[in-house]
Design a protein around this ligand. Structure first.
Ligand SMILES: C[S@@+](CC[C@H](N)C(=O)[O-])C[C@H]1O[C@@H](n2cnc3c(N)ncnc32)[C@H](O)[C@@H]1O
Ligand code: SF4
Length: 376
């Protein structure tokens, strides 16, 4: 089966207050060597496809490595994976740590798509988000990416920050467009449990933006980006023609993937597993020659069906029920047919033959649609 590869690099210059990804600050370079040794072992132990459908090197901050270690990272990966023959190899980078040497090295190693965390261009909001870079550093990092020969760039932005005015968000969007990016991910800030941001909310120090403002920002984002020729191919993702992220599409269409690195998730033939999250636990398991897996579960047909609908509905083309049935069997279909009827009656989804998609209204309440499907 077509299988994608995800490689998790869990290091960051600063741990942002809103972020619940498996990433941490490191002040001792020896930790990076523990990681690289672990990665070499995991690549030897786990069966990683030699020619994955797509590769995504994410984090954390893969550009955190110094050039020598980044080179070692790619050498390890290339021993097992034929990066030169994978259509899409994405690497996440942050403006504060990307240098020309690292960008060139990544390009030479087979990376052909860069996803950069810009988040905002306003000093006030960069500070609010604890970002370790300025807007100027983002602009210069984009130039660095282009100089290294990348023609496929994505920028991550966040909106709906507490107290952010719609005009401020639209100014961020313009600043990103001016950089000539091929792809944009625009995420509505969420308050994830366990983060510093969520603790601040509980103490009453910050208040989420009113939902109507978030929805207004979302709607304006879609129309502004449509004017610029971007397709909103998923709720938070926008691409110029042919520049959608194939790795994400593979995931949303429930393709198989192998994840390596601390906390990385894999999904193969209906079995989902997650690696141990702490670097030490992950690394010592590998040292003992054991797969560094924290948990594995075989998904039930109902779970897979619910997930197929939920992930599929996030895509603007929606999802074809016959295709899902052909892949997962039709035993679960009746249960979901009644939920889909309910969602259609609420005006949140629309049907066209066997295809189902969110309506304009449904897009604004996508999380509620997801919750309804996952509880079916
Ligand atoms: C885990 S980060 C990795 C990329 C990179 N380290 C960075 O900082 O940009 C992936 C993206 O998820 C988004 N993100 C992380 N936490 C979020 C949150 N609580 N709400 C909305 N978006 C979030 C950010 O836009 C971020 O760029
Ligand atoms: S958003 Fe990016 S830089 Fe910030 S803590 Fe998360 S992974 Fe690290």
């Amino acid at each position: 089966l077509p299988t994608s590869l995800y490689v998790h690099v869990p290091f960051c210059v600063v741990k942002c207050g809103y972020c619940d990804f498996n990433s941490y600050e490191v002040d001792d370079a020896a930790v990076l060597d523990v990681y690289l040794t672990g990665l070499a072992r995991e690549l030897d132990l786990v069966s990683v496809p030699q020619r994955p459908t797509t590769v995504f090197i994410g984090g954390g901050t893969p550009s955190f490595f110094d050039p020598a270690r980044l080179e070692r990272f790619f050498a390890l990966l290339r021993r097992h994976v034929d990066l030169d023959h994978v259509d899409e190899v994405t690497m996440e980078v942050n403006p504060e740590s990307l240098t020309s040497a690292k960008a060139r090295l990544a390009r030479a190693a087979g990376v052909n798509r860069v996803s950069m965390g810009a988040q905002s261009f306003a000093p006030r909001w960069l500070a609010f988000l604890d970002r370790a870079h300025s807007a100027e550093q983002t602009r210069s990092a984009v130039a660095t990416v282009r100089d290294a020969g990348f023609v496929n760039l994505s920028l991550d932005l966040m909106f709906g920050l507490p107290g952010q005015a719609t005009a401020e968000w639209l100014a961020d969007l313009e600043a990103a467009l001016q950089l000539g990016t091929e792809h944009l991910s625009c995420y509505n800030l969420t308050f994830e449990s366990g983060t510093r941001l969520e603790h601040a909310r509980r103490r009453g120090e910050v208040q989420p933006n009113p939902a109507e403002i978030d929805r207004e920002m979302f709607t304006l984002t879609r129309s502004r980006l449509a004017d610029e020729g971007f397709t909103a191919y998923e709720i938070s993702n926008f691409a110029r023609a042919g520049k959608h992220c194939r790795h994400n599409d593979h995931y949303w269409l429930q393709g198989d993937y192998v994840g390596i690195g601390p906390g990385a998730a894999s999904h193969r033939a209906g079995v989902r597993s997650t690696n141990l999250k702490p670097l030490d636990a992950w690394s010592s398991s590998l040292q003992r020659g054991l797969p560094p897996v924290a948990e594995a579960e075989t998904l039930t047909a109902r779970q897979r069906y619910a997930e197929a609908l939920w992930l599929g509905l996030r895509r603007s083309d929606g999802i074809d029920l016959d295709t899902v049935g052909a892949r997962l069997g039709t035993r679960e279909a009746p249960r979901f047919a009644s939920v889909l009827d309910e969602l259609a009656a609420a005006g949140w989804i629309a049907r066209d033959g066997t295809r189902v998609a969110l309506t304009g209204e449904g897009l604004l309440f996508a999380d509620s649609v997801g919750a309804r499907l996952l509880c079916a």
